[in-house]
Design a protein around this ligand. Sequence first.
Ligand code: ZN
Length: 374
Amino acid sequence: MIIKNVLVYTEKKEFIQGCVRIVDGKFADPQKADANEKCMDGGGAYAVPGLIDIHFHGCVGDDMCDGSPDAIANIAAYEASIGVTSIAPATMTIAEEELHKVMSTAGQYEYRGGAKLVGINMEGPFISEAKKGAQAAEHIRRCDVSLFRSLQKDAKGLIKLVDIAPETEGAMEFIDMVKDEVVVSLAHTTADYDTAKEAYDRGARHATHLYNAMPPFTHRAPGVIGAARDCERCRAELICDGVHIHPSVVRATFEMFGEDRVILISDSMRAAGMPDGQYTLGGQDVFVKGNLAQLADGTIAGSATNLADCIRVAVKKMGIPLETAIACATMNPAKEIGIYDTCGSVTEGKAADLILLDSELVLKKVFISGEEYV
Ligand SMILES: [Zn+2]
């Protein structure tokens, strides 16, 4: 099939007028199309790789930590409907036996359509109680290599990111031991610059929802944010929902890290795609109004947005160029979790996960492995 008359987003992070060809679920060379191939008019839309969300907890009433295949299927269906074609949902700080169940469910999950389950982001339990955010304090524990490896076994290797607070006991040794098995991220931490820098020097290479649940970046105490900036191979997650981070800070972050090192995430919880009201996250009550999700004490608890809306907010309200925002929600997350050889760009031979957006960034079509989904 050929989708003609589109602005194709390339690996060089630019749009070119042209067409996209799909053969057997993969992108193919448009030059080699034969005359009778099915043709669709893209109406001048942006043709962009399917979005990849590597940090969110749930949506449409379901949460990854529900530990059920139906929840994963519902999450995958909603995410695909808004243009996210690959997902690596995040787990919360929950009881060990529950965590085993969540990982086993994901490891055994059989694809039922919608977004592809390409990973898990293990956000708890190896974090700092002092910066727990919306994570449950009673289940926080020290970094534990054998627990991590047994969860990874349950998940059949799906855990792509593991979050730790580097100032906690055993954290540096944990990095030494697992850095070649998984991407280690600094998260929910009180670490100062020197501690965070040591963690990055020892092999950590990711920063979880930069600015949130960590000390601020100040002129004499740059903390995790400064250390992440100074570690060239480190990529940082940003929640561009208009609630978590001021637009000026988002713009400054792009200048500090460069467009190759920022990853847009939604961090959405089960209220995304649902009306305002009361929900739960990691066993705690969350009150949602518009884009704001809070615990009873006012702590921000995930978000009620989705990754496609984060791109719209970044571009339309924060002044981030569309070409940059797209890279941060497609190729950057794909590279970070090691799946860029199969998806994350409109490149010959890769899975034909594609979305069409009109000039106002309204979603027009979603293709997953070449099949029209929306
Ligand atoms: Zn999260």
